[in-house]
Design a protein around this ligand. Structure first.
Ligand code: AMP
Ligand code: MG
Length: 269
């Protein structure tokens, strides 16, 4: 799969409507083939992470953003769930605590950046500080506007120091969100996920789209690219994310470390 068409390139502007949330590619066989491809990909991912962990050199940061019900949790479970949990660290960023609010907005982010050998996954991220903060007018515009530059520079610093960064915007349609919120009301095992705040956020849909379009355009860089992932179909969403992660890990040229001593002639009694 060529994932290049999902990558955000324009620094100047981005038309999010040009990305179809229902897109499932052109290959025939659709879902059945897609699920099979995902199984193969998962095996490759598991092996790549095994080397990443063993080599203890590279670090991968995966940022997941999307509207409520876009599938951030599902993506983590499906794409990263099969990996060795020792080497994967998920951080979910919620409404900042009073202590977090006493600091700059990147203060809580930095400690969650993965160390050598690790995959760090951000379930929401510092991007909330130019999204929800903007949409709700939590701080004046001249303050959040400066953050695009801070974020680009912060991510550049991380990249310069050896962190590989991938950012995914899980793009669902407004209709699909309606169906998923309804399912949270109807299905007892999903009730716990429902929050009436999701309904008030949904009313702000156009403002969020605007905020996302600008944030993605301003912060998609060579060292930390954004991908707009078609996410109405969960299997395709997983396939796209898994493919980008696989391709990226494979491009690092990782290898198992050399043994720390000469193993020749050693006998295990
Ligand atoms: P959930 O992802 O459903 O657990 O919800 C987490 C909530 O925390 C979302 O409504 C986010 O918008 C909110 N949130 C995350 N980061 C921030 C932030 N920096 N400022 C304000 N709200 C935030
Ligand atoms: Mg929620």
């Amino acid at each position: 799969m060529d994932t290049n068409r999902f990558r955000v390139r324009s620094r100047s502007g981005l038309d999010l409507d040009a990305f179809d949330p229902r897109d499932t590619g052109t290959s025939r066989g659709g879902k059945k083939k897609g699920l099979k491809a995902l199984r193969t990909l998962t095996e490759e991912l598991v092996e790549l992470q095994r080397v990443l962990w063993a080599q203890h050199e590279h670090r991968l940061l995966v940022v997941l953003q999307g509207m409520d019900t876009a599938g951030k949790d599902g993506t983590i479970r499906h794409v990263f769930g099969p990996m060795n949990p020792q080497g994967v660290r998920v951080t979910s960023f919620k409404v900042p605590t009073p202590i977090e609010l006493d600091h700059d907005y990147l203060w809580r982010i930095h400690p969650a950046v993965p160390g050598r050998g690790e995959i760090g996954i951000f379930n929401r991220s510092h991007y909330e500080d130019v999204l929800v903060v903007r949409v709700h007018g939590l701080i004046p515009e001249d303050r959040w506007r400066k953050r695009y530059r801070h974020i680009v520079e912060f991510e550049r610093m991380l990249a310069d120091e050896g962190v590989t960064i991938l950012k995914f915007f899980l793009n669902i349609s407004k209709e699909e969100q309606k169906a998923r919120l309804q399912a949270r009301l109807d299905n007892p095992s999903k009730n716990w996920k429902f929050s009436s705040a999701d309904l008030s956020e949904r009313k702000l849909w156009p403002l969020y789209r605007e905020a996302y379009a600008e944030a993605l355009a301003r912060t998609s860089t060579r060292h930390a690219p954004w991908y707009v992932v078609p996410s109405d179909r969960k299997w395709y969403r997983n396939l796209v994310v898994a493919t980008v992660v696989r391709d990226t890990l494979a491009s690092l040229g990782m290898k198992y470390p050399e043994p720390s001593e000469d193993l020749e002639g050693i006998v295990v009694e």
